[in-house]
Design a protein around this ligand. Structure first.
Ligand code: ZN
Length: 329
């Protein structure tokens, strides 16, 4: 069946990484920036491998410069989400790209994004929230600036704090100060781990940063004791199967560990990460999961409710979104 209109909750989406290629092309054209190399002949983002992906990603998102660019980006991304039945979405945003970690500049970007999110909610029926992320390979000092920006603007829109970027650089413990700062400001916590790093990277993130969610975390499957520990603790995984397959972490959908993790009663959710880069959408994720593992209404209903439970928004928003999920329940 087509899962396009099925109401969905997405917890792991990088705002810049969700930029539709046509939006980036339009912006590049307006600004007279030549980025034709990032697209293939069909106009999609094109890259050869993970390192090249990072370069293409950086080149594509280099056209995003002003608060107004980010407001337009929020609307373009919300439109894609709404088209795929997403009713609630948490997007990663980074002060490093929005004002360079300066709190006053960050407030300007945030105000623009927040008013665009309100417009998207009114016009398209998709509720967006922001999770401030620091970038691991930029190091602990820049992470502190990001955490301070997050702490200063914690509230209705900014509900969480996390860390993304190259898992090969530094250790979670280098970022303890930033996560403590965000926690004290009332923000909820997540961290990318267990994608390029093995099970130990997941253990480290949970122990050192005290996160309640893990971005990816799929490589926990290589250590079943860890899987059981995470299940017991109630840690939620933001699994992005299409992303893992596009980047070659697993050769095909049937080989992705999401079903094994679910069978072992780990709390799992499904997201798209950087959807146009991985030629995916939330609809496609659902379709491929149905094809690979026979997932049906019941399973998708369960993971959608898990995602809403694990969302970082307030109780009132959750109650409102829960009503939209009723056809799925
Ligand atoms: Zn991610």
């Amino acid at each position: 069946m087509s899962w396009k209109t099925y109401p969905k909750v997405e917890l792991h989406l990088h705002l810049e990484g969700a930029a539709p290629p046509q939006f980036i092309r339009g912006l590049a054209h307006e600004k007279k920036i030549d980025i034709h190399k990032v697209f293939n002949e069909r106009g999609h983002y094109a890259y050869r491998d993970f390192v090249h992906f990072l370069q293409v990603y950086e080149a594509a998102t280099s056209v995003l410069k002003t608060p107004d660019d980010y407001a337009r980006l929020v609307l373009a991304v919300a439109e894609q989400s709404a088209e795929n039945g997403v009713v609630y979405s948490e997007t990663f945003v980074s002060p490093d790209f929005c004002g360079g970690g300066d709190v006053a500049a960050w407030r300007d970007y945030l105000a623009a994004m927040q008013s665009a999110a309100a417009e998207a909610e009114a016009k398209m029926g998709v509720t967006l929230k922001g999770i401030v992320t620091c970038i691991r390979h930029f190091g602990p000092d820049m992470a502190k600036d990001a955490a301070l920006c997050a702490a200063e603007t914690a509230g209705d829109f900014i509900t969480g704090f996390g860390i993304a970027g190259d898992e090969g650089k530094g250790k979670p413990k280098d970022f303890i100060w930033s996560f403590d700062c965000a926690r004290e400001a009332g923000l909820r916590l997540t961290a990318h781990a267990g994608e390029w790093g093995g099970p130990q990277s997941v253990r480290d993130a949970v122990r050192d940063l005290g996160v309640e969610r893990i971005g990816h975390g799929v490589r926990a499957i290589e250590d079943l004791a860890l899987v059981d520990e995470l299940a017991e603790r109630g840690t939620v995984l933001e699994v992005c199967p299409g992303s893992n397959i596009a980047l070659g972490l697993y050769p095909k959908w049937q080989k992705h560990p999401i079903e094994k993790l679910r069978e072992r009663e780990l709390k799992i959710t499904v997201s798209t990460d950087d959807p146009p880069f991985f030629h995916t959408t939330m609809t496609r994720e659902f379709e491929e999961l149905e094809r690979a593992f026979g997932w049906d209404d019941e399973v998708f209903g369960q993971i959608t409710r898990t995602a809403l439970d694990a969302a970082f928004c307030d109780a009132e928003t959750k109650a409102r979104i829960a009503k939209k999920l009723e056809p799925a329940a």
